[in-house]
Design a protein around this ligand. Structure first.
Ligand SMILES: [Zn+2]
Ligand SMILES: [Zn+2]
Ligand SMILES: [Zn+2]
Ligand SMILES: [Zn+2]
Length: 428
């Protein structure tokens, strides 16, 4: 769990003078950004109150370390919703798109025609074990956590969270696909013995076809395999060559790109630059925003709700919170309220900032959601802007930039989704 106690960094930065307004919550943000850039959860700082009740008018930040009991309890309750699911469930594949992938010949091991008796028996055992230890839903051997229902049926973390998310989207209890017993985070459990057994099973490298224990396969395929596909080191000046790692030295010795003129490699460099420029633009926008007079962040939680409009439809909403002397709410929905999101494998969350109190003067607000201290959500940074006026109190729905659908499923399988919302108000 992300620890909020990085007292040293917080206390040094936090107590800056805030001459005029109460909403000068500038200081905690600096280490926050630093934390984002280093993606180091340890350095997140200020203690923040999750707005629990709608009547709560307390401002979000009490700078300077974790102080009140309030923030303490909210941090635990928020943390309580998090689960030990593997931090990186694999991209959920379309069901049954497996079998060939694992290299163990999960169910076909018995038909191997030749081989000395002993080797054959061993191979049979391994493939039999593979068939027994695989996920009952996707038949894959997971590299991550393995869960089981009360009757002992195995489900990989990705399938487990997918089932929970489906249950939530349909407003039904999730059930084990094998025995229909109810599954939830409280009545399903990890099966560490299976996880360890799977990690010891031999598995074939997809490039060199040599067998390695499952647990070391990823390292082998990423860093060690001589056959792994590798780019020429002159890739950035336009060489498109990509080949097995052991051929790169020979290729690079003869590669023509280092001998091209500056004029000839300009196009490649420009393409490369424009990609970097995009990224840099985001950071400079962020730095620009950080010099605004009024900045506030709130640590919030999306709670699931349903409407009865058509079919029951899932959406998420935070409790009201205050910022810039106004009341706000954030709403979120799945696949932009597609009719039956549970029938689609592609999932996406979009969110909307809503002004709940009356305003006489227009407010130009930049905002974006980030992980915050109580969440392990893998969210990118995308800054949005909306001009709030008396008539226009709701922003559009903007994408919560998640890496893929499986991360979305993982969030949907939680009781709530914790996040931090940063808001910047431009004074006109
Ligand atoms: Zn699975
Ligand atoms: Zn079961
Ligand atoms: Zn290999
Ligand atoms: Zn080359």
């Amino acid at each position: 769990m992300a620890d909020v106690e990085s007292a040293s960094s917080s206390s040094t930065v936090v107590q800056q003078p805030s001459p005029t307004s109460t909403s000068h919550n500038m200081s905690p943000i600096i280490p926050l950004i630093a934390a984002e850039l280093q993606s180091d959860p340890q350095s997140s700082v200020a203690s923040v109150q999750i707005q629990q009740s709608s009547s709560s008018s307390s401002m979000n930040v009490s700078s300077g370390g974790r102080s009140s009991s309030d923030s303490g309890t909210s941090s635990t309750s928020a943390g309580g919703n998090r689960m030990d699911i593997c931090s990186e469930p694999e991209m959920k594949k379309i069901k049954l798109d497996h079998g060939g992938g694992v290299g163990l010949g999960l169910h076909g091991g018995g038909n191997i025609p030749t081989g000395a008796g002993r080797a054959q028996r061993e191979e049979k055992l391994e493939s039999r074990l593979g068939g027994i230890l695989c996920c009952a839903v996707c038949l894959d051997l997971p590299k991550t956590a393995m869960y089981q229902c009360q009757m002992g049926h195995l489900m990989c973390a990705a399938c487990f969270t997918h089932l929970l998310a489906d249950g939530r989207l349909r407003d039904q209890v999730a059930t084990c696909p094998n025995c229909r017993v109810e599954i939830s985070k409280s009545n399903a459990s990890r099966n560490l013995a299976v996880e360890k057994a799977v990690s010891e099973l031999p598995s074939e490298c997809q490039y060199c076809c040599v067998e390695f224990p499952y647990k070391s396969l990823e390292r082998h395929e990423t860093y060690e395999c001589q056959e792994r596909p590798t780019h020429c080191k002159y890739h950035r000046i336009g060489c498109q060559w990509k080949g097995p790692n052991h051929e790169t030295t020979a290729h690079e010795a003869n590669c023509l790109h280092p001998h091209k003129s500056g004029y000839e490699v300009m196009a490649a460099l420009e393409a490369y630059d424009s990609k970097l420029k995009e990224e840099r633009k985001m950071y400079s926008t962020l730095i620009e925003l950080l010099s605004y007079e009024k900045i506030i962040f709130n640590d919030l939680q999306f709670k699931p709700y349903r409407t009865d409009e058509f079919a029951t439809k899932l959406f998420y909403e935070t409790t009201r919170f205050s910022a810039f002397n106004h009341q706000w709410v954030v709403k979120a929905r799945i696949n932009n309220s597609q009719r039956d999101p549970h029938q689609s494998n592609d999932r996406q969350i979009t969110y909307q900032l809503i002004l709940k109190s009356k305003t006489n003067s227009p407010m130009s607000i930049h905002f974006f959601a980030l992980k915050g201290p109580f969440s392990d959500m893998k969210v990118g940074t995308q800054i949005y802007k909306h001009d709030f006026t008396e008539q226009n109190t709701e922003s559009e729905y903007y994408v919560l930039p998640l890496p893929d659908s499986s991360e979305c499923n993982r969030l949907l399988s939680n009781k709530g989704i914790n996040f931090r919302l940063l808001m910047f108000l431009l004074n006109k």
